[in-house]
Design a protein around this ligand. Structure first.
Ligand code: NAD
Length: 475
């Protein structure tokens, strides 16, 4: 157990919570810390604090808000060693990846501080002046999943705070600690109440999205939960941004250099133990390169070290939590029951913790659960194709439309394929690259709205247009 007593941050103060819940290390399955289980009264206090802080924060000059976002980033940077160690312990990811999540959060805050809040003059005639300005929406509930607790929080905090909103931030119940610690470290950086950090068990999310004092819900998580969030937000017509699940296809064309792409393709699917919304979850490989590429990916997979993320040299950690672990095992069992061919993996791990070996399937049918569903774990189906139109059809035949990647040396053809794919982000010869300056969002049931770029900032703003009839004054 850790000695640190993690506290929520409500109105700039430490709140230990009247109840707590245990947080496990997924590499051992053992509880190592307690987190506050926010009560309804504590949630009310957090929302009230955000509401009370709103007028002054909204009136704070944007240059000052930019400065404070950078100050937040500075605090994160100074504490990367502590925060990333804690993140590995609760999330399971290898330590260098945890440093990437925490450092990436700081980077996102710094870059978000550079966005402009636009204004738009649509008429300036002798008769009339018309201007549209963008102001904050109000109190934002920021709800984050367990795969990238810090960077995904920063996706929301940067633009929301820049635009003059105040925030109640809620991490996932299985990864609350690094976010709580961040809230503790940031006390005093922002005015009290501007950023409140709360943690809780499964009851807290629905309370937060239904709360009458919340004006906007910025949610990242599964499509299933996204539907519930939208339903609950409908009660008071809260604005919502939903960043949801994905089943990203990769399309590998016959002109690739197999030895060059195998490693990149492996990590497109397996980084963060496959627990990335934009991980490659279906890999379509042209029949001309299917056999050599399959062999190269499997050979590379054999060299990758799985283990406790806290151990030096670990490249892939455990699955983050027991529910997800059971789900991934269920999908593997389904593949076994149906007699699909495994190239590697598939066997249960005998060590404690939520470890699943790297598992790669050889051309299962298109209607297999492992092809149709979001696995969110270290299991990848390789799928053979021989016709471009056919594979584009298969790639698009999904309720999801988050990301997709194309691997080829013919960049013109890649652009044409990109044009036809139904996904919010397309990568050509890379995967998972995101930028604070580019819109990121899902087609279809992968989400509503975007994060990142100027469009992402506007998701935290409401437009107000002022028409001035000049003639009335000058007549
Ligand atoms: P999840 O939907 O179970 O939980 C996400 C968050 O929502 C957690 O904080 C959880 O406590 C909260 N929550 C749960 N039920 C709620 C409810 N009824 N009302 C309000 N909040 C509720 O998702 P997860 O399992 O933590 O994360 C994995 C999923 O997230 C995957 O589907 C993945 O693709 C998706 N994801 C999407 C993106 C993206 O940007 N599109 C990024 C990362 C992860």
């Amino acid at each position: 157990m850790t000695d640190h007593k993690f506290t929520m941050t409500i109105n700039g103060k430490a709140i230990a919570g009247t109840e707590t819940f245990g947080v496990e290390n997924p590499a051992t399955g053992q509880v190592f810390a307690q987190a506050p289980d926010c009560s309804k009264a504590e949630l009310d206090a957090a929302v009230a604090a955000a509401r009370a802080a709103l007028p002054a924060w909204k009136a704070t000059p944007i240059e000052k808000r930019r400065e404070l976002l950078n100050a937040m980033a500075g605090v994160i940077m100074q504490n990367i060693p502590e925060l990333s160690r804690l993140l590995t312990r609760e999330q399971g990811k290898p330590h260098p990846d945890a440093e990437g999540d925490v450092g990436g959060g700081a980077f996102w805050l710094m870059e978000s501080s550079k966005h402009e809040i636009p204004e738009h003059v649509s008429e300036d005639s002798a008769e009339r002046h018309a201007i549209t300005r963008y102001g904050p929406i109000g109190v934002v509930a920021a709800i984050v999943p367990w795969n990238f607790p810090i960077i995904l929080a920063a996706f929301k905090l940067g633009p929301a705070l820049l635009a003059g909103n105040t925030v109640v931030l809620k991490p996932a119940p299985t990864t609350p600690l690094t976010t709580l610690r961040l809230g503790e470290l940031l006390r005093g950086v922002l005015p009290d109440g501007v950023l409140n950090v709360i943690s809780g068990s499964d009851r807290l999310g629905p309370w937060l999205t239904a709360h009458k004092g919340v004006d906007k819900v910025s949610f990242t998580g599964s499509t299933q939960t996204g539907r519930k969030v939208m339903e609950s937000a409908a009660g008071s017509l809260k604005r919502v941004t939903l960043e949801l699940g994905g089943n990203d296809p990769a399309i590998v064309m016959p002109d690739v250099d197999v030895t060059k792409v195998a490693e990149d393709l492996f990590w497109a699917a397996f980084r963060n133990t496959g627990q990335i919304c934009i991980a490659t979850k279906r890999m379509y490989i042209h029949k001309d390169v299917y056999e050599p590429l399959k062999t190269a990916i499997v050979e590379y997979a054999k060299t990758v070290k799985i283990g406790d993320g806290a151990e030096q040299g670990t490249q892939i950690g455990p699955i983050q939590n027991s529910a997800q672990y059971k789900r991934v095992l269920e999908l593997i069992q389904d593949a076994k029951d149906n007699g699909y061919k495994f190239l590697i993996g598939g066997e249960a791990s005998s060590v404690p913790g939520y470890f699943v070996p790297i598992t790669i399937l050889d051309n299962p049918p298109e209607n297999a659960r492992i092809v149709q569903e979001e696995q969110f774990g270290p299991v990848l189906p390789l799928l053979k194709f021989d016709n471009l139109d056919e594979v584009i059809g298969r790639a698009n035949d999904s309720e999801y439309g988050l990301g997709a990647s194309i691997w080829t040396t013919d960049l013109d053809r890649a652009q044409q394929i990109a044009e036809q794919l139904q996904a919010g982000t397309i990568w050509i010869n890379e995967s998972q690259h995101l930028s604070p300056h580019a819109a990121f969002g899902g087609f279809k049931q992968s989400g509503i709205g975007v994060e990142g770029g100027p469009d992402g900032v506007l998701e935290f703003c409401q437009a107000k247009t002022v028409f001035t009839r000049k003639a009335a004054v000058t007549a």
